[in-house]
Design a protein around this ligand. Sequence first.
Ligand code: SF4
Length: 342
Amino acid sequence: MTEALIRIENLKMHFPIYKGTLARREVSRVKAVDGLNFEILKGETLGLVGESGCGKSTTGRAIIQLYRPTEGKVSFEGRDLCKLSPRELHPLRRNLQMIFQDPYGSLNPRMTVGDIIGEPLRVHNLAAGRDVQRRVQELMDIVGLDPRYVRRYPHEFSGGQRQRIGIARALACKPSFIVCDEPISALDVSIQAQIINLMEDLQREFNLTYLFIAHDLAAVRHISDRIAVMYLGKVAEMANGKDIYEKPLHPYTKALISAVPIPDPEIELQRERIVLTGDVPSPINPPPGCVFHTRCPFAFDRCRRDVPEFKEAEPGHFVACHLMDEPKRVADDVPGVAAAVG
Ligand code: SF4
């Protein structure tokens, strides 16, 4: 599991803000994604975590070209998706699918389940006539839905069942890569585990690669091989799941980890909490230097001036923090917390 399926270089997604009605002019930009560099390996699940509004969903959509990126490169099967025209992109889209967060809003209420799941097959000319029906019922069976319900409408299903319909639709074209955009956060806790188990089974069976987006670390812990932590349009840290939980290097990751409850009252009472103060700055006007410096308990002069490079601190463990160059500073400036970063 070492070959990259998708390689992202300096990916930026800026949304222009316009003013005026007759003479519209661009007055500013929302820098939702601002220079991402990472790889998604074949067959892995990469968890993408961060607070609401940090750019996770935009990243997923920009990778599969639902948004056309402002700048950067997304390499897939040796081609840069950002450079392809809509016509060139069309045949590749069947390999790049998405499961949406909202199982209520993401299904057309006027279409039957059969039409919803069969639509990608027709759009990509993969089946016609009775073959569509046959494949739809096969997909329903795969995701745990009764194929006899093929003529029912989305409102006749529960939230978990609707998410299964969304998963079947994503699987219809036999994709290699699926962006899972918070697929369990709108579901009851009792249903979440079922959907996660289903997604893991499907990954094994069909050799799928997932980008699994979630807003908290606890949600991706079980399913992810590696985890990338995002803050204000940038990746702060990326490593395998064990290292992120047991040896986080970035102060933001440490703060997120310290907020995950531990189901042992004794350990929970003893452990140190890192509580971040202040709000996430606006992506319209992100802070200079390190975008986290306005909330970081370890910030020093260089953080306010220079953008930290996203680089490999340990084998396979990438982090964007100036403390990696100056670990001694932690001990000198913030007594008692050196161990937290070192
Ligand atoms: Fe904190 Fe500075 Fe590291 Fe940013 S670069 S996370 S502000 S110590």
